[in-house]
Ligand binder design. Structure first.
Ligand SMILES: C[S@@+](CC[C@H](N)C(=O)[O-])C[C@H]1O[C@@H](n2cnc3c(N)ncnc32)[C@H](O)[C@@H]1O
Length: 311
């Protein structure tokens, strides 16, 4: 971690200010040490350059596995493609060029695929994740002077309130035990005039939801590594589903990701069948959440369900 991160950190228990005791340092980066709260005396370790405000990855074991096995699969700067940039451009209500110099909070950052895009457009990013995906994010982007990675829970964020120009959480809230309550944590950290943007799973495709819900009763109980191996057996169904007349039938019986790149198919099919929590939502429902939190200038966007609002 960079010592400058401390300015934005607050104790997740009492909101007290924090002090850092460094044990090991490489250049400007603190590799290990302890963060102390001056208010309540709580201590939080810094391990492998990442401050840890949780004692483990709780219910996010699947993400700890998938993002470390697929550390760079979706990272534009490694793939040389622009999937993440294109997706972020469609998702945010502001042009990416406007991110220059902005303070951005990426909640549930995973490997940092979107943080990477923000950094390339001159933003300063705080990536938070509950899982050990933070190891992947730190390896991918921790070297960047404007990147800060923190392991923490959205329900107990160790960050100053009213601080960020932009807070986004893409593909995350529906994987928490309470999507609505998780959403309520985000506006607190946006400064007045800043924006909150979220993407959650859409409740529109009833057949897909019924089928994945059925299979998830079994798949979520399979040890994660075994399930990951099974995905390699499942994703060749791609070639079957592409045969004339078989797509809709196949996707109704056993949905898989249909990306043409097999590593993306394995990753996104695992991402559907492995996580402990998964919920689905509608545009009117999410729009109402924004209204209830007092946000204004609410806009609906793509991919479904993406909504943004101003504080
Ligand atoms: C599907 S991944 C999306 C990652 C990233 N936003 C992306 O689109 O590549 C969901 C992420 O949310 C994280 N997550 C789930 N519950 C969380 C919580 N309570 N607090 C912080 N992160 C959480 C998971 O660990 C996982 O990395």
């Amino acid at each position: 971690m960079k010592p400058s991160l401390l300015e934005l950190l607050r104790c997740p228990d009492c909101y007290g200010s924090l002090a850092l005791r460094t044990r090991e340092r490489v250049d400007a980066e603190v590799i290990s040490g302890t963060i102390h709260c001056s208010g309540c005396g709580a201590r939080f370790p810094v391990v492998n350059g990442v401050p840890r405000f949780v004692s483990g990855d709780a219910y996010t074991e699947a993400f700890s596995l998938e993002w470390n096995l697929h550390r760079t699969t979706q990272l534009d700067r490694v793939t040389g493609q622009s999937d993440s940039e294109d997706r972020l451009r469609r998702t945010l209500a502001v042009p990416l060029e406007e991110l220059k110099g902005k303070l951005v909070l990426d909640v549930g950052c995973g490997t940092g695929r979107f943080a990477d895009v923000v950094l390339r457009h001159g933003g300063r990013v705080f990536g938070v994740d509950l899982s050990f995906a933070v190891e992947a994010a730190q390896a991918n982007l921790g070297w960047h002077p404007d990147m800060h990675v923190v392991q923490a829970d959205i329900f107990r964020l160790p960050l100053r309130t009213d601080e960020f120009d932009l807070v986004y959480s893409l593909g995350v809230l529906h994987h928490t035990p309470d999507c609505r309550r998780a959403f309520a944590e985000l506006p607190k950290h946006v400064k007045p005039g800043g924006r909150v943007v979220i993407t959650v799973y859409a409740a529109s495709n009833k057949v897909y939801i019924a089928s994945t819900t059925f299979w998830r009763r079994f798949t979520t109980r399979i040890p994660k590594r075994m399930l990951y191996r099974l995905m390699h057996v499942a994703v060749p169904l791609y070639y079957v589903y592409r045969m004339p007349g078989l797509y809709h039938l196949g996707m109704a019986v056993f949905p898989i990701n249909m990306d043409r790149r097999w590593r993306w198919r394995v990753l996104d099919t695992f991402d559907c069948y492995a996580p402990t929590y998964q919920s689905y939502h509608t545009y009117p429902e999410v729009f109402r959440w924004f209204e209830e939190e007092g946000l204004t200038d609410i806009r609906v966007n793509e991919p479904a369900v993406t909504v943004s609002g101003r504080k």
